[in-house]
Design a protein around this ligand. Structure first.
Ligand SMILES: Cc1cc2nc3c(=O)[nH]c(=O)nc-3n(C[C@H](O)[C@H](O)[C@H](O)COP(=O)(O)OP(=O)(O)OC[C@H]3O[C@@H](n4cnc5c(N)ncnc54)[C@H](O)[C@@H]3O)c2cc1C
Length: 413
């Protein structure tokens, strides 16, 4: 009996699944068909890693899982099943793509081309999977088999892999259809919002960010709502024309509420290596030791000179020298350096977000196979699921590991 497998969505997760079928030795009794709405598959894949494709992150699964937030435990068996080392081996020996390691264990192809990665994958699966492009799936129903309706006809499959992606970067084809299709099949979809996105400042903070546009700092970054910190981390960020961006801000953007009421802000600690008291003490010592030095020059020991200038000006101390500095002046400057509040103008824009937070509830999916617990024979992978990883190759590795679990499970049946 031939097993007919329909992969809905030919993005990273869908194409990786087709790769896994071939890699796992699926024979002629397994008929794999990818249905892709765009005329070319894998468009988002070609944008990854700024066009260079950060394909995975060379960490041990037990360490890697921490980069998937609340979904770490769910995805752990998949990461162990097909680990970053397996991805590297497959890329190099299966696909013939030599990889190189960059900072923070990030792995890229030596050719530095995400388009080459996509094209190499397409060549690899050319003889093992049918790829039908320009075909948008509009409905999926399950009777004795899956009936998959598209704008150009209906297909029948014994197994379906739902891999239509999330809602971010809609121009690449991922417009949230995964969620609509999953819901129509009885799944719960957790609220969807942008993650790994830049943050727009509100009117009160926009000028400050703009004046420092292009300046990067290392800082403690936290999201506060109604004066209460809801999350914090430390890392590099970049002031930008409309607000803040850079790795730390992108990473924390997932915690910004969907509805902005005007009392949400990002707080920057520009001297994260010291407590408030330590910094205050050290600044006082510097002031005592250097009475003829401008306060901005002293602050520039901790942050770029442009940032020091903006903080001092914000607190009304721009032209002051250490000798005239009062306790109150010091208190204000310390607050500016340790608790710089940038008002949030709006929730992260989904179209500028690298990934989607939210999606199909993980409670309804078996983490050992990626099979739906609601619809037997339906597998849900990639950004369709309520999983978002930090940046650094985590999201593509998730797609690869989940693809392995799904393909393996279908082949075993
Ligand atoms: C700019 C950018 C850079 C990124 N860089 C990296 C990186 O370097 N490393 C990393 O790990 N992650 C990166 N990511 C995240 C990563 O690209 C995604 O997590 C990953 O592509 C998700 O794969 P997916 O298959 O679930 O969704 P997608 O890749 O979005 O694929 C979904 C596919 O389904 C198709 N589709 C949608 N609806 C239908 C329908 N109704 N019928 C048929 N087909 C449909 C779409 O056209 C699309 O081709 C980046 C994301 C962006 C936006």
């Amino acid at each position: 009996m031939t097993k007919r497998v329909g992969i809905i969505g030919g993005g990273a997760a869908g194409l990786f699944t087709a790769c896994q079928f071939k890699r796992l030795g699926a024979g002629s009794d397994v008929e794999v068909t990818v249905l892709e709405r765009k005329n070319i598959p894998g468009i988002k894949l070609t944008l990854t890693g700024h066009g260079r494709c950060n394909i995975t992150n060379r960490k041990d699964p037990s360490e890697l899982k921490k980069g998937y937030h609340e979904a770490g435990n769910f995805i752990y068996p998949a990461l162990k099943g097909f680990s970053p080392e397996d991805t590297i081996r497959f890329a190099e020996t299966g696909l013939g793509l030599k990889l190189k390691e960059e900072d923070n264990n990030r792995m890229f192809p030596v050719c530095d081309s995400a388009t080459k990665v996509r094209d190499t994958i397409l060549s690899y699966i050319e003889d093992s999977a049918g790829i039908i492009t320009g075909t948008k799936v509009t409905e999926v129903s399950r009777t004795d088999c899956f009936e998959v309706a598209t704008e150009s006809g209906t297909y029948h499959f014994d197994y379906c892999v739902l891999s239509c992606g999330g809602s971010s970067f809609a121009k690449t084809g991922s417009t949230g259809d995964s969620y609509r299709l999953a819901e129509s099949l009885g799944h719960t979809v957790n609220p969807v919002k942008g993650a790994l996105a830049p943050v727009n400042a509100d009117n009160g903070s926009a000028a400050l960010c703009k004046s420092l546009s292009g300046v990067s700092v290392r800082a403690g970054v936290s999201v506060s709502v109604n004066g209460k910190k809801i999350s914090s981390l430390e890392g590099d960020l970049l002031f930008a024309e409309h607000g803040l961006t850079g790795p730390a801000v992108m990473e924390i953007s997932r915690d910004i509420p969907l509805e902005i009421k005007g009392n949400e802000y990002i707080e920057l600690d520009l001297v994260p290596s010291m407590s408030d008291e330590e910094f205050d003490r050290e600044l006082q010592q510097l002031i005592n030791d250097h009475p003829d030095t401008k306060i901005t020059t002293l602050l520039a020991r901790y942050v770029p000179a442009s940032v020091a200038g903006v903080i001092a000006a914000k607190e009304g101390c721009a032209d002051m020298y250490a000798q005239g500095f009062t306790k109150e002046n010091r208190r204000k400057v310390c607050r500016g350096m340790k608790h710089l509040a940038i008002g949030i103008g709006q929730a992260p824009e989904i179209d500028k977000a690298y990934v989607t937070r939210g999606g199909v509830s993980l409670r309804e999916v078996d983490r050992k196979s990626m099979e739906s617990k609601i619809v037997p024979g339906l597998y849900i992978i990639g950004e369709a699921l309520d999983i978002d990883g930090i940046s650094g190759g985590y999201n593509l590795q998730a797609c690869m590991s989940e693809a392995y679990m799904a393909a393996g499970s279908i082949l075993e049946r």
